[in-house]
Design a protein around this ligand. Sequence first.
Ligand SMILES: [Zn+2]
Length: 454
Amino acid sequence: MDERRLDSMTAQTVDLLQTLIRNECVNDGTTESGHESRNADVLDQVIAGSGVDVERFEPVPGRASIVGRIAGSDPSAPTLCLMGHTDVVPVHADGWSNDPFGGELIEGEVWGRGAVDMLNLTASMAVAFRRLADDAATGRFRPKGDLIYFGVADEESGSAHGARWMAEHHLEAIRADFVLTENGGLHSGPTDAPFVGVNVAEKGVAWRKLTVRGTPGHGSMPFRSDNALVKAAGVVQRLADYRPAPRFTELWRTRVDTLGLPDDIKDALLDEGSIDALLDELPSVAAAAHLHACTHTTFSANLVDGPGMKTNVIPDHVEINVDIRTLPGDGPAEVDAHLRAALGDLADHVEVEIIMNDQASISPVDTRLWDSLARAVNEPFPTARLTPQLVVGFTDARIYREMGAVAYGAGLFSPELDAGEFGSRFHGHDERIDVESLALTTRLWDHVCRDLLT
Ligand SMILES: [Zn+2]
C-alpha cells in the first residue's frame, strides 16, 4: 500500500476519533445514559461501503450497536471480528487541561474522553474496515472467512445493553472465531528488542451487594442500639483488612520478565511466600496496587447505601456494594469462601446478593491470530516480540471467550509512550492519544485482517 493512502487512513482515523469524542456518549451506569446511537450513526456511515451489510441493534432507545460484515468466500474459514465499544465513562471536567469533549488536536495529540478507552481503537478499526470493504469491492481484498466490525454500546457498565445482550439475543450476528478489541500495544523492555503487550486474559468480576440489618430507633437514644451502619462499618473494615493469599497465573512469570527489574526484586515477585511483604514496602503505590491485583483476588467496598437513611434515625438496613475481581479459578464458591474468611463472625449477619458474576477468562497464544498479529507488529518494529498479558479490569473480550472465541486486546502505540503515565489516562484526567499511535494502530488492523483472512 502506498504511503499517501496510509496517510489518508490516519487522517480519517483522527477525524473520526474527534467526531466520536464530541458525541459525548457518556455511560454513567443508568439505562438512560450512554446515547451510543449517536456514535452508531457515525460509524454506520463510515463502514457502509459497497458490498457491506450493516445491521443495527437497539435493545433500549438510544443504545444502538452496529454490526458490519464483509462476506468471505469460504463458509468454513475462520472469521475475525474487530470489536470497539462506543461509550465512555464520565469526566470531572475541573481536572482537565482541555475540553474533555472538544476532540481537539493539540500538538500532535487528540484530546478527550475516550481517546485511549477506546474510541481510538473503535475509530481506527472502522477506518481499516472501510478500506478493506472498498478493496473487497474491487477484488484487491479477497477474504476466505468473514470480517465483522462490531461497534458496541455499554461496555463501561458491564455490557447489559451491549455485548452481553447481543450474545444472548443475536449471537449469529456477532459470532466469530477470532476477535480483536481493547487494549494492547504498549512497548516495554529493551528498546532494541521491545516487548509489545497483548492482553490475552482478564480477571473475573464478582460484584456483590452485602446487606446488613439492625433495629430502627431514634438517633437521640443510641445507647445499646442495634445500628446497621455500625455493623456495616465493621464489615467494611474487615474487607479492607483481608489479605487473601497470592496466586500466580501462568502469565505472571512472563509479566515479571518484561519489567526489567533487579534480580532481588524479581525473585521476591516470583515467590508466593515473599511477594506480599515486597508489595507492602514498594515506594510506588500505583505499581504496588497493579502488581497486587495481578496476583490476588481483590475486594473493594466502594458504595454504601440504605433506604430512608436520615441523620436522626438509627438505620435498620444498610447495603454495601463490593467490587470483587477474581483470579482464574476463583468461581462463585471460592468468592463465598473468601467472604466468609474475610468477615469471620460477622458473616452470619450479612446477606450476600450477586450483582455480577463473570469468571476470569484467557485465550491461548498458539493461534493463527497471534502469528498474524506478530507479523503485523514486526512490520514497523522488526525486532519487537509480542508478550501475553493479564488485564485486571474487564472488557467485552470475556463475552467472546465464554463463547469459545480467541479474543485479544490489541493495538499499537508509539514506543515513546510511558506505560505508567499512559495507564493513568484510562478513566482519568487529560485523556489523549498521539497521532503516530493512531497511524500505527490503523495500519495494524489493516495488516492483521489481510494476513489472517486471505
Ligand atoms: Zn474500554
